[in-house]
Structure formats: structure tokens, C-alpha cells
Design a binder for this molecule. Structure first.
Ligand code: 5GP
Ligand code: MG
Ligand code: MG
Length: 201
């Protein structure tokens, strides 16, 4: 896509090298994902946002599921949860993740159907560890929706239940994905210019 065709905040104009997925296409895809998720859901869903990168996808996905419930007459009651995940990579093979909710708060997930909403799966290591950790709380089921799935030789083979887009092995930003906390306030999913990484990386 030619950059001139899109709205990019002036503070990022020089830092974006290309647009990988324009905002409108993201929104279209999320409408479709919401319909798939609702079709697969037999009852209430605990929908759990993985902060911070997952927040925009989560917000738009929840909106689309709400539309399915009103306009399409579906009935999937949602409860909303938010977690931050921290991976410890001291030892890659036995690393664990800690989540920001206390074990007590997570006890509410017992026998519930969980949908984890994540921004991107790269190696898959974080998600595999998170799924392992969640088993402690004995949910009835756990599914994962990730907006992006990176096609990388570093993948551990994990594939989420719902994927927005499979993308090439590049570092992407925008739509809540960051580089050193910047670019979350950019609507499109973009590749940043090499000069930006050299200057600010
Ligand atoms: P994984 O454990 O699958 O290798 O990586 C998971 C996390 O790394 C993602 O949730 C995300 O926070 C971060 N990450 C991986 N690839 C990218 C990327 O291309 N861009 C950004 N902004 N974050 C990424
Ligand atoms: Mg993430
Ligand atoms: Mg990040």
C-alpha cells in the first residue's frame, strides 16, 4: 500500500516504512472473527484481554460480539477480564509466566469458557506457558484469539484457535502493538523504518 493513501499521525510520518494491514481491513477481519467465535460459543464467555498489546483488538472484538448479540439475535453473554503476562526467560525450556491477577481472582474461572485475546503470536512461548498456567484454575475450556500470527522458523508450532492475519517474520507496530511503548496510537499495522530503530532502539 502506498503511504500517501492513508491517515498517519504527523508524529509517525517519518518513522513508518510501510503499512502491512490498513485499519479498515483489520476491522473487517474482526467482524468476521466475532461471527466465528459466536457461532462456536454455546453460552457465556469469559473474554480475557492480554495487556497492553491486546487492548485494541479486544475492544473492537467485544464490540463486534455485542453486535452479533443485538443485530443478529445471538446470545453470548460476556464477562470481561484483563491480565498482564510476564514471562521469565532465564531458562527457555522451563520458563514460566506469571499473570497479574491473584490466584484467588482466577478461581472465578473454574468451569467457565475462557477466550484469551492476544495481539500477536511470535515464537508461541508466552502463550504455551500462559495456557499451562491457566489449567490451574480449571476452566471448562480455553480458546485463544490472536490478531496476528507470525510465520517464523522460531515458532514452537503453537497455533491459536482464531487468527486475524498470518504475517511475515518482521517486527510490526500499531493498533496497540508497540516499539518501546510508542506506536500504540497508530491505527494501521505497520513496519517501522530502519532509521527509527537505529535512532531510538
Ligand atoms: P512470543 O512469546 O510468542 O514469542 O511473543 C509474544 C509477545 O512478544 C507478544 O505478545 C508481543 O508482546 C511481543 N511481540 C512479538 N512479536 C512482536 C512484533 O512484531 N511487534 C510487537 N510490537 N511485539 C511483538
Ligand atoms: Mg502480547
Ligand atoms: Mg511490547
Amino acid at each position: 500500500y502506498s503511504l500517501d493513501h492513508f491517515v498517519i499521525p504527523s508524529h509517525y510520518q517519518k518513522d513508518v516504512s510501510s503499512i502491512l494491514i490498513p485499519h479498515g481491513i483489520i476491522m473487517d477481519r474482526i467482524e468476521k472473527l466475532a461471527k466465528l467465535i459466536v457461532e462456536d460459543s454455546k453460552g457465556p464467555l469469559v473474554i480475557c484481554c492480554v495487556l497492553k498489546g491486546g487492548h485494541q483488538f479486544f475492544a473492537d472484538l467485544v464490540n463486534e460480539i455485542k453486535k452479533c448479540n443485538t443485530v443478529l439475535g445471538q446470545s453470548v453473554p460476556l464477562s470481561l477480564e484483563f491480565i498482564k503476562v510476564r514471562s521469565y526467560h532465564n531458562d527457555v525450556s522451563t520458563g514460566t509466566v506469571s499473570i497479574s491477577l491473584t490466584d484467588e481472582e482466577c478461581q472465578d474461572w473454574k468451569n467457565k469458557n475462557l477466550l484469551i485475546v492476544e495481539d500477536i503470536i511470535d515464537t508461541g512461548n508466552t502463550m504455551v506457558k500462559l495456557l499451562h498456567k491457566l489449567q490451574e484454575f480449571q476452566p471448562a475450556s480455553v480458546r485463544v484469539a490472536s490478531l496476528l500470527l507470525k510465520k517464523t522458523p522460531k515458532s514452537n508450532g503453537y497455533v491459536p484457535n482464531y487468527v486475524g492475519f498470518a504475517i511475515p517474520d518482521e517486527f510490526v507496530v500499531g493498533y496497540a502493538l508497540d516499539y518501546n511503548e510508542y506506536f500504540r496510537d497508530l491505527d494501521h499495522i505497520c513496519i517501522i523504518s530502519v532509521s527509527y530503530i537505529l535512532d531510538f532502539g
